[in-house]
Design a protein around this ligand. Structure first.
Ligand SMILES: Nc1nc2c(c(=O)[nH]1)N[C@H]1C(S)=C(S)[C@@H](COP(=O)(O)O)O[C@H]1N2
Ligand SMILES: [Mo]
Length: 314
């Protein structure tokens, strides 16, 4: 088993994270003073100022973020993505943009994000399986990419697709397929345009590791993790609500909205509490922290759902 138990994080890793956070602050301070690129420790990484949307909670270790993953294209085990995603070719990487947009096309992924300032966003991530992490993403607001491709007035939803490439994604080979491929997800256009919605290209100051969705993935911090689709190859604007992979797999268990909601239990387990990986212990009896409505982002996003029955629209 490659994955160490979450409760055996070494003190040195905690120090690493504190150093990382101070380094980031130094960089941002330096950038403000006009020394942007001069911060030596940051020279190899992605340059990004930390967004004020960031939480000040302790980030989960890089080791846990990259070692404990859900990415079923590489297998259903938490360690499978770390073990097998290295195989994936992420350069070149094309993204098909189609549907109700003024600027459709097959884009090189860098062209879609070019000249948009990278930001660091430290977000909570709450998986529907009742565990959570804090991840220092680097990315761009999805809104700025959507504006670039010019959604038409008739567009109501944004649909996303992950790569289907069985030759490099071993979870897509063989008789037993846990999900229908390609993995697909979607958002209402207003959710997609919300300032918290991110297209991530990195984490912990470096390019995204393959197991976390290289080269580009969605991050929607107030929704269950499965909405945050990895390794995007298609962005499609539509008038009708798109199908989503986990809803196809279990319509009673996984809705289109999938807003984090401690008051709506999964049919097979409670969503009232969660286990913070690396912080809450790993045993069955370890303490769980309360799950917050909209994963703690209610102030920013609850207004998107005014008048919507959140129990019916889970
Ligand atoms: N293409 C694809 N995207 C995916 C998944 C997946 O299996 N395939 N898993 C989802 C789930 S369930 C979660 S919790 C998050 C996990 O992201 P992380 O492994 O980077 O923490 O990715 C989401 N995006
Ligand atoms: Mo998840």
């Amino acid at each position: 088993m490659l994955i160490r138990q979450a409760n055996d994080i070494r003190p040195s890793e905690i120090t690493d994270r504190s150093v990382y956070l101070r380094r980031r602050e130094f960089m941002i301070g330096a950038a403000a003073l006009g020394f942007g690129g001069a911060a030596p420790a940051a020279a190899a990484g992605l340059k990004a100022a930390r967004s004020s949307f960031s939480t000040d909670e302790e980030p989960t270790s890089l080791e846990a973020i990259t070692g404990y993953c859900n990415y079923y294209e590489f297998g259903t085990g938490k360690g499978d993505p770390a073990a097998h995603a290295g195989k994936l070719t992420t350069d070149p990487w094309k993204i098909k943009v189609d549907g109700l947009v003024g600027k459709p096309g097959d884009y090189d992924f860098d062209d879609l994000v070019r000249d948009i300032d990278l930001e660091e966003r430290i977000y909570r991530l709450r998986c529907v399986e009742a565990w959570s992490m804090v991840i220092p993403w680097i990315g761009v607001p999805l809104k700025s990419v959507l504006e670039r491709i010019e959604p038409m007035g008739s567009a109501r939803y944004v649909a996303f697709e992950t790569l289907h490439r069985p030759a490099e994604m071993r979870g897509q080979k063989g008789l037993f397929q846990p999900l229908a491929w390609p993995y697909v997800e979607g958002l209402r256009l207003d959710e997609a345009m919300h300032p918290l919605t991110l297209l991530a290209v990195g984490l912990y100051g470096e390019k995204l590791p393959n197991q976390n969705g290289a080269p580009i993935r969605l991050v929607v911090p107030w929704k269950y993790g499965f909405k945050s689709i990895k390794s995007i190859v298609r962005i499609h604007l539509t008038q009708t609500q798109p199908q989503t992979t986990w809803n196809i797999a279990g319509p009673d268990e996984y809705g289109f909205y999938a807003n984090v909601n401690p008051d709506v239990d999964h049919p097979r387990w409670s969503q009232a509490r969660e286990r913070r990986i690396g912080a809450d212990g790993n045993s069955l009896f370890a303490s769980r922290r309360p799950t917050l409505p909209f994963n703690g982002y209610a102030d920013q996003v609850a207004g998107l759902y005014a008048g919507l029955d959140l129990k019916a629209n889970y």
